[in-house]
Design a binder for this molecule. Structure first.
Ligand code: LRY
Length: 231
């Protein structure tokens, strides 16, 4: 499979889910345009509508996924073949899918990966542990991303990115490694690359203003609490 991205660098995740203020037709395409202007080398996006809108206005490769809740299942990132097909039809260059070790996922993703490859589309494995990353590569994933670290019951819960996982996987994998999840500053993005990531995905810190605001408001709130008694 030929290289997907023009060079190493920043991929911006442009996602707004129902209920979020920016969940509005066309908004994520604007975010993607801003990301392209700012120097991103790729976009990650959720759902066929946003992917189509984004592909129409930016030249960058798009990693597509489909978040869908299935009753009784914890797998929500591109869970089934119909989701894979919808994302391919929308024009994604890469399909991202859950490749955690839950609910016999390893077995279930094999036909999904095959389907992508037959369509000439690459696969990004969203994993949460070292073992899952190694397994995903052996199953044929083209990119391995730390997306799910902190979001499975058995992976470490931490405020910042899982740089230790990036370090471990970088020593083992031959496929390109992506650092993703809770990267909030340019310094953390650099650390992730230093730890061995080929690409760094940043989402909320760039495209979810409610969370950006929250970070500032909480910090100032703590400052005000700390200093209240001394006034
Ligand atoms: C765990 C999960 O469902 N992650 C999702 C995957 O697409 C997105 O909600 C994240 O925004 C994305 O991974 C980027 O991460 P962050 O927004 O922390 O930079």
């Amino acid at each position: 499979m030929k290289p997907i991205f023009s060079r190493r660098g920043l991929i911006v995740s442009c996602q707004a889910l129902p209920g979020e203020p920016l969940y509005w037709q066309g908004t994520m395409a604007r975010m993607a345009q801003a990301a392209e202007l700012g120097g991103a080398i790729g976009i990650r996006a959720n759902g066929p509508d946003d992917i189509r809108d984004i592909k129409a206005v930016v030249k960058l490769p798009v990693i597509g996924l489909l978040k869908r809740d299935i009753p009784g299942s914890d797998i929500y990132i591109t869970p089934e073949l119909v989701d894979v097909q919808a994302i391919i039809e929308a024009g994604a260059d890469v399909v991202a899918m859950d490749m955690t070790n839950r609910e016999d996922r390893a077995e279930k993703v094999v036909p999904l990966i095959r389907h992508c490859h037959e369509a000439g589309v690459a696969v990004m494995a969203d994993i949460s542990t070292f073992e899952e990353g190694v397994l995903a590569e052996s199953l044929g994933a083209d990119l391995i991303s730390t997306t799910m670290s902190g979001y499975t019951p058995y992976s470490p819960k931490q405020e910042g990115p899982d740089l230790e996982l990036v370090r471990q996987l970088a020593r083992k994998l031959t496929k390109p490694l992506v650092a993703e999840g809770r990267i909030w500053s340019p310094a953390e993005a650099e650390e992730a690359m230093e730890a061995g990531a080929e690409y760094v995905v940043v989402g909320g810190a760039i495209t979810r203003p409610q969370f950006i605001t929250q970070k500032y408001a909480e910090r100032l709130g703590r400052y005000l609490d700390r200093t209240a008694s001394s006034r």
